[in-house]
Design a binder for this molecule. Structure first.
Ligand code: ATP
Ligand code: MG
Length: 454
């Protein structure tokens, strides 16, 4: 989309000259030869910039300014005046003009003034977009739930570190909630009203990552047609979330380290640094210690990033979170899909508690969303769950060459016993009945597999 500019002057030659000049700058240019015509055009469409003469016939530049501000407050109005009288220009500025130009003007002056104004407008728009993201994020942060001892401990740590500026490294398998915790840290910190900028280091090609992070000056390389603000300067006074930091290429690791040490960023092709103040939250599901040992990740950078380390355990190691998460997702998706789901039945719940969740919380969220969509009643039941959750043993390969059929079947039997036992609320008689065995056999099997039966 080309920026739209309206030129207003009662001297047709000036309109023509300006049109010629600004079209060459690649703007969409329109002209009006009187104040009346300008007002008509302003009613019909909106412009990014209006460049208007001050002294015209009955309807002058000030009237055009007023009309422009009235119909679209975002339009930037520049006044041209042949009378180098400061007063009229000052009056126009007071009424909301962004700038004025004294005739006769130089082409360069017009070009630069318009360019500067459009750049400022762009920044303002970006800021509005960021504010919008902030309010969405605060909602997202209210989504965090925790019940297990491990997660409650993490929450306690978070409470302590959130007010500080310390860099944080979050470790954990895919889907454990690293991204969510990064947002949680930012939107509870004193930086919450400033940007939270997130970038996935493994999703962006190496060449682009550098210009994305640091920004560039116009002409820094072929294709750099205008200045571009980097993500690090954009995150100034806010937080920068570097996801999959383990995949950051070595030359960039060195550059990032320098930024952290000096607090300065050099956009590509620029000799002047920008001062930045960012809190870095990084995350990875890679084995970072292994990469350190192999020399694939710089140790000095690691210590800068890892002032505080948060290790999120996989879901299978904090089973006390499964139920609260499942209920949380059930409520969330029940609302989103306009269903009226009241709960998860006992049997379905015990299946959820048993399943190993290799995809962690993200997998649980997907399973519950699917169940909410599929279920016909008000409760989620086993038939709404995918087969892998109903029969995790069948999914599992016998582990390793050493495992014999006997141990495989033993594992299967133990899991089945546990499942049925939990599904019957740990009632042994009911469990035996459900399995079609007598109570004594049940006790024997419990003993064999070390299942506690108080
Ligand atoms: N404790 C939690 N409470 C509520 N929702 C959670 C929790 N943990 C994770 N989630 C949700 O689970 C999903 C996966 O979490 P997230 O994207 O943060 O994981 P991740 O560790 O960043 O994964 P990846 O390594 O694949 O990027 C998200 O929808 C997130 O909102
Ligand atoms: Mg993530």
């Amino acid at each position: 989309m080309k920026p739209k500019i309206l030129i207003v002057d009662d001297e047709p030659d000036i309109c023509k000259a300006l049109e010629f000049l600004l079209k060459r700058e690649n703007y969409a240019v329109n002209s009006a030869h009187s104040g009346e015509e300008a007002i008509k055009k302003l009613k019909e469409e909106s412009f990014d910039v209006v460049l208007t003469d001050l002294k015209m016939g009955k309807v002058d530049g000030l009237a055009v300014l007023e009309k422009a501000k009235d119909t679209s407050p975002d339009t930037a109005v520049i006044i041209m005046t042949a009378f180098a009288s400061i007063e009229s220009a000052v009056e126009a500025m007071k009424k909301g003009a962004v700038d004025y130009i004294v005739k006769p003007f130089l082409n360069e002056e017009i070009r630069l003034t318009i360019r500067k104004i459009l750049e400022q407008k762009k920044l303002i728009m970006e800021n509005i977009a960021l504010k919008h993201q902030v309010s969405q994020r605060i909602e997202a942060c209210m989504d965090f739930v925790a019940n297990s001892e491990a997660m409650l401990k993490i929450t306690e740590t978070l409470e302590k570190i959130v007010p500080t500026k310390s860099n944080i490294l979050i470790l954990g398998e895919s889907g454990t909630g690293k991204g969510l915790i990064a947002e949680l840290i930012h939107c509870n910190s004193p930086r919450r009203d400033r940007p939270f900028i997130s970038i996935n280091c493994s999703a962006i090609p190496e060449g682009l990552l550098e210009s994305e992070l640091f920004g560039y000056k116009k002409g820094a390389f072929t294709g750099a047609v205008s200045d571009k603000m980097g993500l690090i300067p954009l995150a100034h006074q806010g937080s920068l979330f570097l996801d999959e930091i383990g995949d950051m290429p070595p030359n960039l690791q060195a550059k990032l380290l320098k930024v952290l040490e000096t607090g300065e960023v050099y956009p590509l092709g620029d000799t002047k640094p920008r001062l930045v103040d960012v809190r870095i939250i990084s995350a990875t599901n890679a084995d970072i210690e292994k990469r350190l040992k192999e020399g694939r990740f710089r140790e000095d950078l690691y210590w800068r990033l890892n002032v505080i380390e948060i290790k999120i355990p996989p879901l299978r190691e904090r089973r006390d979170d499964i139920e609260v998460l499942a209920i949380h997702f059930m409520n969330k998706f029940s609302g989103e899909h306009k269903k009226n789901i009241k709960g998860i039945d006992r049997e379905a719940l015990s299946l959820l508690l048993e399943y190993p969740w290799p995809g962690n919380v993200r997998e649980l969220s997907n399973v519950i969303e699917r169940a909410v969509v599929l279920t016909e009643g008000n409760y989620i039941t086993p038939k709404d769950l995918p087969d892998k959750v109903k029969n995790p043993e069948l999914e599992k390969e016998p582990s390793g060459a050493s495992s014999s059929l006997k141990t495989y079947l033993g594992d299967y039997e133990k899991n089945l016993l546990m499942k049925i036992y939990n599904a019957h609320n740990r009632d042994k008689e009911e469990t035996a009945k459900a399995l079609g065995i007598d109570l004594a056999t049940l006790y024997r099997k419990f003993k064999k597999y070390g299942i506690e039966a108080e």
